[in-house]
Write a protein that binds this ligand. Structure first.
Ligand code: PLP
Length: 386
């Protein structure tokens, strides 16, 4: 009855855990939620005020499908300032979250029979979006011991005549790793030589905790920029996940084609959210700096505390707000580990299986220090008792 297209799509692996956590909460259990995929901060006030003004001024109608000209200009200005990459406003398309940007780019770049390279561990939605475009995801494994950098030899081995493009995600969900300039340059040169496209998901690029930041592949290897589409958005950097504003920036023909797809699907992202996004991108960026500072404090607290727990190891996150923890020494698979931790200690994490790694679990530090402390105390007790 249902199409093959949708039957090939896996249900979200996190839904089961979220449902179980909700059920326990409803029973009055004090669940510590370290599973969140969004900042726990409130959206900064100037952004909210811009949205309120938009409503009061009656700015509540359709806008151009791929966004307001002033929003595209604000995006181009931020890309130049923050990422050091130059795009004309017409090379930018605004979407309903970064998710829609990724989905639309894949729809216009790949088709049946194509292969798409995905470094693993990967964000859960990439393989499903690739399959929805009729193509096949091909994993390129990275290693914690190498800081989850791309391995050129593995990359070379993964490429076939059917390979069409590669997705990069730095800083990464779920590892928090940042791809170094040298690694990016080496990979970019190889991809360029093979005539491949790059989709660079930079949604966490503002959330970085150490010197050096998170370089953009389009900046590192400008020659590849003609075949690179950058994806970003306001969700994570401005605590605006519910507003649904993301964007892509890339070669005009790709951006125009993605816009045509959007014309016949969702049309424009909400007019009010677009006004809010203009405010976010053009305001004094101090609220972002404050959030980054707080995330850094939590990251430092988390890694210090995790280091004291036996039988687990982890990669110290350099960006985003996730820590990927190796639980293989406990003898449990990631789903069993997460389910037992939730049922026995009421702490919610995300199983690594959904990211392609059943040996790991993902902890989010988009939670206050006290919540982290309580969650880690319980995690330690749980692991010691295993
Ligand atoms: C790596 C990655 N890309 C894209 C997204 C989607 O962001 P948005 O909420 O803007 O659609 C997420 C959200 O979790 C993410 O982790």
């Amino acid at each position: 009855m249902l199409t093959q297209r949708i039957q090939a799509v896996q249900p979200s692996s996190t839904l089961r855990i979220t449902a179980l956590a909700k059920q326990l909460k409803a029973q009055g259990k004090q669940v510590v939620n370290l599973a969140a995929g969004e900042p726990d901060f409130d959206t900064p006030e100037p952004i909210k005020q811009a949205a309120i003004r938009a409503i009061q001024e009656g700015f509540t109608k359709y806008t151009p499908t791929t966004g307001l000209p002033e929003l595209k200009s604000a995006i181009a200005a931020r890309l130049a300032k923050d990422r050091g990459v130059t795009f004309k406003p017409e090379q930018v398309a605004v979407t309903c979250g970064a998710k829609q940007a990724l989905f639309n780019i894949l729809q216009v770049l790949v088709q049946s029979g194509d292969e798409v390279l995905v470094p693993s561990p990967y964000w859960v939605s990439y393989p499903e979006m690739i399959r929805l475009a009729g193509a096949v995801p091909v994993e390129v494994r990275t290693e914690p011991g190498q800081g989850f950098q791309l391995d050129l030899e593995r990359l070379k081995r993964a490429v076939t005549p059917r390979t069409r493009c590669m997705i990069l995600n730095s800083p990464s969900n779920p590892t928090g790793a940042i791809l170094r300039e040298g690694c990016l340059r080496e990979a970019a040169r190889f991809l360029l030589e093979r005539g491949l496209w790059v989709i660079s998901d930079e949604i966490y690029s503002r959330l970085v905790y150490d010197a050096g930041g998170s370089p953009s592949v389009a900046k590192v290897e400008p020659a590849l920029s003609e075949r690179t589409v950058i994806v970003d958005g306001v969700s994570k950097a401005y605590a605006m996940t519910g507003w649904r504003i993301g964007y892509m920036a890339g070669p005009p023909e790709v951006v125009e084609a993605a816009g045509r797809l959007q014309d016949h699907s969702t049309s424009n992202p909400a007019s009010i959210s677009q006004r809010a996004a203009v405010a976010a991108l053009t305001m004094d960026q101090a609220p972002v700096d404050r959030m980054v500072e707080e995330f850094r404090r939590r990251r430092d607290f988390l890694v210090e505390r995790l280091a004291k727990i036996p039988r687990i190891s982890f990669f110290k996150p350099e960006g985003a707000f996730y820590c990927f923890i190796d639980i293989s020494a406990t003898g449990l698979g990631s789903t069993a580990f997460v389910e037992r931790l939730l049922e026995e200690a009421w702490v919610a994490l995300i199983p690594g299986a959904g990211f392609g790694w059943d040996t790991h679990v993902r902890a989010s530090f988009a939670a206050g220090i006290e919540e982290l402390r309580e969650g880690l105390d319980r995690l330690e007790k749980f692991v010691r008792a295993l």
